[in-house]
Design a protein around this ligand. Structure first.
Ligand SMILES: NC(=O)c1ccc[n+]([C@@H]2O[C@H](COP(=O)([O-])OP(=O)(O)OC[C@H]3O[C@@H](n4cnc5c(N)ncnc54)[C@H](OP(=O)(O)O)[C@@H]3O)[C@@H](O)[C@H]2O)c1
Length: 201
């Protein structure tokens, strides 16, 4: 049975025109160089404490492949020692003990396995998996970091949604980097009360 306090968040960074990667998967545009004088500064200590609160990550195989590519270039692994569930039907390389592959019913994974075991569950992309998470009604909130750039075309944040999904804006914060972080709760959802865990660019 799901823990009442378990919380599923979808978090991604996207261009202002709503893309999470170029069509070929590149995310080079994530390095922007804007400056917004009225924005907040990111406190590394806060970010570290914030990330510590995440209990596990879920991602699609293409996002995992991007993470593998980053790591092979010496750019590190963004998910620390936290359990990381990778959705795939393929035999991908398992690069660390914290990675677990899963194939099949996403609802079963989240409600049957993750919610009973973890309090704070983060979906970190990509667009296909985020949309599936929403279609199945599994997410409690969405954290959307908007970067100060337009890229014209690419992989959309939510690929192929089949209906409107009403949201409630719960937090909004602008940073000196020009990034705007929004947190929306899913309206009429089981956890529409929301967390007060802060924002993260
Ligand atoms: N800007 C950001 O914050 C951000 C965040 C994350 C990702 N990205 C980028 O987004 C791109 C990837 O997004 P995407 O939408 O193309 O792909 P994705 O969501 O990362 O992965 C989709 C793939 O996951 C596998 N999958 C999904 N559900 C499954 C299930 N229930 N059971 C088994 N396998 C399942 C399938 O692949 P197989 O079964 O064939 O393996 C599917 O093609 C990458 O370029 C990445 O760098 C950007």
């Amino acid at each position: 049975m799901a823990q009442p306090e378990s919380h599923v968040t979808i978090h991604m960074a996207a261009s202002l025109d709503g893309f999470i990667a170029r069509k070929d998967g590149r995310v080079d545009w994530l390095d922007t160089s804007d400056e917004f004088a009225g924005g907040d500064t990111m406190d590394p200590g806060f970010v570290e404490a914030f990330l510590e609160m995440i209990d596990c990550y879920v991602m699609g195989s293409r996002t995992y492949e991007t993470a593998l590519h980053f790591e092979s270039q010496g750019l590190g692994w963004s998910y620390g020692e936290k359990p990381t569930f990778v959705l795939t039907s393929r035999g991908l390389p398992r690069i660390r003990d914290t990675v677990e592959f899963y194939s099949g019913d996403l609802k079963q994974l989240v409600n049957g396995r993750l919610r009973p075991a973890y309090r704070t569950i983060w979906f970190v992309g990509g667009g296909m998996v985020s949309a599936e998470c929403l279609r199945l009604g599994l997410a409690d909130d969405i954290r959307y970091s908007i970067l100060p750039i337009l890229i014209g075309e690419g992989i959309p944040f939510f690929e192929g949604l089949d209906r409107d999904i009403a949201l409630h804006l719960a937090e909004a914060k602008a940073y000196k980097s020009g990034i705007v972080e929004l947190r929306y709760e899913l309206r009429g959802h089981r956890s529409s009360v929301g967390s007060d865990s802060g924002t993260l660019p």
